[in-house]
Design a protein around this ligand. Sequence first.
Ligand SMILES: Nc1ncnc2c1ncn2[C@@H]1O[C@H](COP(=O)(O)OP(=O)(O)OP(=O)(O)O)[C@@H](O)[C@H]1O
Length: 322
Amino acid sequence: MIEVRNITKRYGNLTAIDRVTFRVDKGEVLAFLGPNGAGKTTTMRILTSFIPATEGTAQVAGFDCAEQPDEVKKRIGYLPETPPVYQELTVSEYLAFVGKLRGLSGTELTAGMDRVMERLSLGSVRQRLIANLSRGYRQRVGLAQALIHDPPVLILDEPTVGLDPKQIIEIRELIKSLAGSHSVILSTHILPEATAVCQRVVIINGGRIVAEDTPDQLSARLRRSEKISVTLKTPPSDVLERFREVPGVEHVLTTSEAHTILIECALGRDIREEVARFAVGQDWGLIEMKPVSMTLEDVFLKLTQREDGLPKTNDTSESERH
Ligand SMILES: Nc1ncnc2c1ncn2[C@@H]1O[C@H](COP(=O)(O)OP(=O)(O)OP(=O)(O)O)[C@@H](O)[C@H]1O
């Protein structure tokens, strides 16, 4: 439904995105995840035919974003980071206005308005001025304008920024309910949002795609070792060296918690029994031992930070395509 091939966008000397390629299938919800400045908005703008790519092609429902912008816009609902709402209109007036801009009129317009108001539970505020709505309701109105012409494709740029936790859950549930009937790209820098809502994640950093997969597959693929977190009541000062004696242990690391250490062994091995026997034998007071799985957050940091912990930038990033 969305096909992006090798798109590059340059602003003067700055390459905002560099040979970005990905696709979104019919009914799929894709997270476009990346830190600030990674190139998310630039990509969304090319897809919505707001700006042309310097190189490469982007297509929506078979139409070229640069050459057939009218056909593309008909099939896309776009919610920019700041919803394009008019404060001085009521919800009903605003949605009628947007619907007309989208070419709807008569019964088609009324049906479209009724449909989005019901879907976004806007019925009770339809006669309220947008200026007097809470942020959560304003965001719902923003989503309603994106859906008014019932487009098959939705592009949502950071749709939950600035909402309270309850509103965030509501908006995420709504996006999930669109899966199957709509193809959705959700741009976000919030990791739990990607896992909560999307089936697939594209990670962009410094203008380049650095990974693309399901959240589970991403963590599995980047995991290079098994990790166990061990908490001891009375660890000796040389606890790291001592644990390195245990057969199978490859690395022992400190953690931010004084009495907890991290033990690594080869992928597929389970050395918990040996580790427990050793700690108990030394009488170090074994309080807790648990396997540590790699979260999407770990994956994200691994892919978007340099070895020295600084963020990778558009100028210095090495593509780590997997
Ligand atoms: N019109 C422009 N002119 C010059 N540089 C731009 C322009 N728009 C974006 N950039 C630059 O391109 C890079 C990518 O920006 P973009 O807004 O696409 O990132 P983003 O991932 O959406 O970040 P954010 O989440 O902060 O909006 C940044 O370095 C940004 O400063």
